[in-house]
Design a protein around this ligand. Structure first.
Ligand SMILES: Cc1cc2nc3c(=O)[nH]c(=O)nc-3n(C[C@H](O)[C@H](O)[C@H](O)COP(=O)(O)O)c2cc1C
Length: 195
């Protein structure tokens, strides 16, 4: 490979494009699409979202200290994009996108019923980094779509929901299966070997 040296910028892709829902009451309910998000600790389970202070959702989440990360799928791509270009100052995004707000079980925020995984979060710290402020958060509980659990094994088949990802300005659904975690060190099975 032969490289061009570029100015520093945001170049870690692909990323999820999650829909973050917030608001303690119906009048306050809102959705913001976020790609600056991720897991930052396994135990205790912690994650972050980074928001520009000028977002309508910023004030709501700062005030309430709680929100829900809703994972997106191919079916939610249109609503995710729309919620990422329109503001809750001007629109009721749940109504406009035909999405159903359901009050979360442990935090004061609605979850998006059409999303297969809703992660209820509580803010523990806000880092004012620059253009974006990072909301470091504790994962309080997870709501996972029943139909995605394999009946026999109980394994959660998230990839069957066609998770959406965002890469350098474009959306993609999750692609071809390449291997499972640890496949690079797995011993190869010899065909026809007697036990
Ligand atoms: C794919 C995508 C990812 C985005 N990621 C972020 C993000 O990480 N942080 C942020 O502040 N805004 C992000 N935005 C922009 C907001 O979603 C957008 O400004 C939205 O209209 C804000 O809504 P609100 O004013 O109702 O809060 C993203 C938009 C899109 C389409």
């Amino acid at each position: 490979m032969s490289k061009l040296i570029w100015k520093p910028g945001t170049m870690i892709y692909p990323l999820p494009a999650v829909m973050v829902s917030c608001g303690a009451s119906e009048e306050e309910f809102n959705i913001i699409t976020v790609s600056w998000t991720g897991t930052i600790c396994t135990n205790p389970p912690m994650c972050y979202i980074s928001l520009r202070p000028e977002r309508h959702s910023y004030g709501i989440i700062k005030r309430n200290g709680e929100y829900v990360i809703n994972l997106t799928t191919r079916d939610l791509a249109y609503a995710a994009d729309w919620s990422g270009v329109k503001s809750g100052r001007d629109y009721n995004k749940f109504a406009e996108m035909g999405l159903t707000p359901v009050m979360a079980s442990l935090v004061r925020a609605p979850l998006i019923n059409e999303s297969p995984v809703n992660i209820e979060c509580r803010v523990t710290d806000i880092k004012e980094l620059g253009s974006h402020h990072m909301f470091i958060s504790e994962v309080i509980t997870i709501n996972a779509e029943k139909s995605l659990f394999d009946e026999k094994s109980g394994i959660f088949r998230l990839n069957e929901a066609n998770p959406l990802c965002y890469s350098h300005g474009k959306y993609f659904e999750t692609g071809k299966f390449i291997g499972k975690f640890g496949f690079s060190v797995e011993k190869k099975k010899t065909k026809g070997r007697k036990k």
